[in-house]
Design a protein around this ligand. Structure first.
Ligand code: HEC
Ligand code: HEC
Ligand code: HEC
Ligand code: HEC
Length: 401
């Protein structure tokens, strides 16, 4: 059913260009080489990036999901969509991810270029109210250096400020509440919300911005980057310095997320339809498509993307699910480990205090960058494989009929 859904969406597009793939093996670490890598690694399927054209809707995770939401808001467009797509109402209900991915123009304007390098080598959760995290990317040291050079070329110079001073801590904390920062931002366990998805946990600011940069941003974000979504809040420079001192010096606190417990055991028979509905069709096929069922589109998990080479793994047919069974279970369990640092809830300890087997730059866990599959559903997948991965016999399921 999802197969038909995606096929219809692709078929409706004016030009269903195949997704670009392949990153230049960077010969230099110039900003221009960095820009070529951002293009080649398909970063723009999720992020708005200066000087990179947004991909066509049929190739853009953010663009197509936003389009579904926009059509749902317009009675006229909705009526057309319902006549073209039999499952339109379901799309409106299911599409939720990638609604608010950060703009890389605003990021490059304010964030330390060296931080870009360390984050892309080892991404971790920055926004506790956002379910999605940054995907792990398959870029080598030279390619990352080029991306860092690109970010550095866009860093906006800001005026110098006095060094952070502990004498300002109490005043900064009071301003954080009185100026309304608390409505959007969390700060470790010290201020847990309400918070909005797009706003980073301010505990990370000290790692990723200069002291001067934090002040300039608080005074007027749009003066630093026209792409900023944070509004200027009428904060004086002197107040901004006190806020900055609290943000970069106060102890954010937080308890360490627990290590995952053992998976539950499922002994009842598990049918293909159940794992398809809860795991493979719901999440995995959106990146691991069978090109024959999607007008040639295979998705980044099959054809390669985000700097990773093609795997040839489609997860839309039972035959392919059987063939890749052990790798699939391993990948689900890796993501579960990674989540200890990649999916942090307000008040939990930051990634950097978690020791783990979770950094595996060479093999990321699945579903890449999305929250891990719930334990009960991983247990179902494991039981389905243990029972010999029985197929449904439906056309398109890969079952020999
Ligand atoms: C599948 C979607 C997706 C793709 C593809 C993707 N990202 Fe991201 N990226 C995200 C999400 C979601 C976040 C926000 C994570 C968070 O706040 O915890 C993010 C965050 C970032 C940030 C931090 C920005 C900030 O304001 O905090 C940088 C830098 C970044 N990505 C760079 C890249 C680069 C470079 C690429 C391509 C190699 C890329 N991303 C590809 C989804 C994606
Ligand atoms: C051509 C439009 C289109 C594109 C492009 C697209 N999606 Fe989707 N996506 C959908 C629709 C429609 C659904 C709902 C499918 C259903 O209910 O059968 C969906 C559902 C999903 C879901 C499950 C629901 C949710 O939002 O969490 C995930 C995960 C997902 N897509 C990820 C991606 C990723 C990652 C990309 C980019 C690599 C992408 N999608 C590109 C249209 C699209
Ligand atoms: C309406 C929501 C909103 C309010 C209110 C708000 N911010 Fe922000 N802030 C954001 C968003 C969203 C970002 C991420 C960058 C962007 O998209 O503009 C951000 C980014 C930041 C950053 C950069 C941190 C980083 O790690 O990238 C700092 C520092 C910051 N805000 C401080 C403050 C302070 C101090 C206040 C109160 C004076 C405040 N913010 C009020 C939404 C808000
Ligand atoms: C956002 C896109 C995305 C989603 C969603 C996704 N994948 Fe992947 N997958 C990728 C990319 C990119 C690679 C290549 C990375 C690599 O080479 O390890 C990959 C590689 C794999 C591999 C081969 C790597 C290995 O560990 O041997 C397996 C198996 C896999 N994915 C399974 C899954 C399963 C199961 C799901 C659903 C729970 C899933 N994927 C969801 C993008 C995705």
């Amino acid at each position: 059913m999802i197969r038909a859904a995606l096929l219809l969406l692709a078929g409706c597009a004016a030009s269903a260009a195949p997704a670009p793939s392949g990153v230049p093996a960077s010969p230099s670490t110039s900003p221009e080489a960095g820009l070529a890598i951002l293009r080649g690694a398909d970063c723009a399927v999720c992020h708005a990036i200066p000087d990179v054209e947004a991909p066509a809707r049929t190739a853009s995770c953010v663009g197509c999901h936003a389009w579904v939401k926009a059509v749902a808001q317009s009675p006229k467009a909705r009526a057309v969509a319902m006549s073209v797509f039999p499952k339109w109402e379901r799309y409106e209900r299911t599409v939720r991810s990638y609604a608010e991915v950060p703009d890389l123009g605003a990021a490059a304007a304010r964030l330390d270029p060296a931080w870009w390098g360390s984050y892309l080598r080892d991404p971790h959760d920055l926004r506790p109210m956002m379910d999605e995290t940054m995907v792990r990317v398959g870029l080598d040291a030279t390619q990352l250096a080029a991306v860092t050079a690109w970010a550095g070329s866009r860093l906006v110079p800001v005026p110098p400020t006095p060094a952070p001073d502990r004498a300002n801590l109490a005043r900064g904390e009071a301003l954080f509440a009185s100026k309304g920062c608390v409505a959007c931002h969390t700060f470790g366990a010290r201020s847990v919300g309400p918070g909005i998805a797009a706003a980073p946990d301010l505990r990370h600011a000290r790692d990723r911005m200069s002291d001067d940069g934090v002040v300039a941003w608080i005074v007027d974000p749009t003066a630093v980057s026209p792409q900023a979504t944070m509004p200027a809040l009428g904060v004086t420079r002197e107040e901004a310095i006190a806020l900055r001192d609290w943000i970069v010096l106060a102890e954010p606190g937080g308890s360490r997320p627990p290590a995952p417990a053992a998976l539950p055991v499922v002994t009842r028979p598990v049918a293909y339809a159940e794992v398809e509905e809860k795991v493979f069709g719901k999440i995995c096929i959106h990146c691991h498509m069978d090109p024959e069922q999607n007008e040639g589109r295979a998705g980044p998990g099959n054809a390669g993307g985000f700097g990773w080479p093609a795997t040839g793994i489609e997860l839309q047919n039972v035959a392919s699910l059987r063939k890749h069974g052990p790798a699939i279970l391993d990948a689900l369990l890796r993501r579960r480990d990674e989540a200890v640092r990649d999916v942090v809830h307000p008040g939990e300890a930051p990634a950097s205090t978690v020791e783990f087997p979770a950094i595996r730059p060479e093999k990321p866990g699945m579903p890449l960058g999305l929250p891990p599959i719930p334990d009960a559903d991983i247990a179902l997948v494991r039981a389905w494989y243990a029972q010999g991965a029985p197929g449904s016999g439906e056309p398109g399921s890969g079952e020999p009929e």
